[in-house]
Design a binder for this molecule. Structure first.
Ligand code: NAD
Length: 259
């Protein structure tokens, strides 16, 4: 379905971004891989994606640095011509009450989880508009729709990302470019494993009980969303069936936001 297209997936060396890169490559899209990791592990990711018959480019841009983001988008365009599919996925978390929230963590979360999407979109959009086709998928969170305690920066950034999604969707509405957000609930990736470990340590419980405790507070299905399920939604948003899906914040959250 996506043969000849190129997808830039930020934060695709791990978790949700990696699953989305795999699924888009399986549909034939060339992949620009981004994110941190050991050189060997990143090479292995590229080789695995190339095994699906597509070309890859790795760019290690730090998504908190606008100049590096620009270099990455330009490198993608010079390798492949155009970024047809942009998945803004890179993200970090920090948990603390607002009056104890470290200022440097606030700045980093706003930069990586929100401002980076402004930069990638402003840089990639002109070529999408020229081609009259493009897909922008912002990986927000159920925390882009509702709040929880001790996640002020993350929630501010994700609500901001949902707002940015709507504005870009309106500005691109007369074109073949769409912009939507995906809002996952709990997904068991390294980002959430840290919160499982913190819960286990705080409450003096084992890992399985800590997982149940996290899910029980928020996610009525009592099951983690999988990275593959989220990747399936990203592929749908790239399909012709989704041509008129514009500006949505689509939660996949085991019922979290329905409460
Ligand atoms: P993860 O930690 O497994 O992956 C994060 C990716 O972002 C990694 O590839 C990492 O290298 C990259 N990254 C981090 N900082 C970066 C930076 N400064 N520059 C470039 N890359 C950077 O996390 P994940 O759970 O897969 O999260 C992916 C996205 O999904 C995030 O935006 C996160 O907020 C969102 N999300 C996750 C969950 C969840 O439960 N895991 C729920 C809702 C939303």
């Amino acid at each position: 379905m996506l043969k000849g297209k190129t997808a830039l997936v930020t934060g695709s060396t791990s978790g949700i971004g990696l699953a989305m890169a795999r699924a888009l490559a399986a549909q034939g899209a060339n992949i620009v891989v981004n994110g941190f990791g050991e050189a060997d592990a990143i090479r292995a990711v590229e080789q695995e994606l190339q095994g699906r018959g597509v070309r890859t480019l790795y760019h290690g841009a730090d998504m908190s640095k606008p100049a590096e983001i620009e270099q990455m988008v330009r490198a993608a365009e010079s390798a492949f011509g155009c970024v047809d599919i942009l998945v803004n996925n890179a993200g970090i978390q920090h948990v603390a009450p607002i009056d104890k929230f470290p200022v440097d963590r606030w700045d980093a979360i706003i930069a990586i989880n929100l401002s980076s999407a402004f930069h990638t979109i402003r840089l990639a959009l002109p070529k999408m508009k020229a081609a009259n086709w493009g897909r922008i998928i912002n990986v927000a969170s159920v925390h882009g729709l509702v709040a929880s305690v001790e996640k002020s920066a993350y929630i501010a950034a994700k609500h901001g990302l949902v707002g940015l999604t709507k504005t870009v969707a309106l500005e691109t509405a007369p074109t073949g470019v769409t912009c939507n957000a995906i809002c996952p609930g709990w997904v068991l990736t390294p980002l959430v494993q840290k919160q499982v470990d913190a819960r286990a340590a705080r409450d003096g419980i084992g890992e399985e009980d800590a997982k149940k405790s996290l899910l029980g507070e928020k996610q009525p299905s009592m099951q983690f969303v999988t990275t593959e399920q989220l990747a399936g939604l990203a592929v749908f948003l790239c399909s012709p069936a989704a041509d008129q899906v514009r500006g949505v914040a689509w939660n996949m959250d085991g019922g979290w936001a329905a409460q």
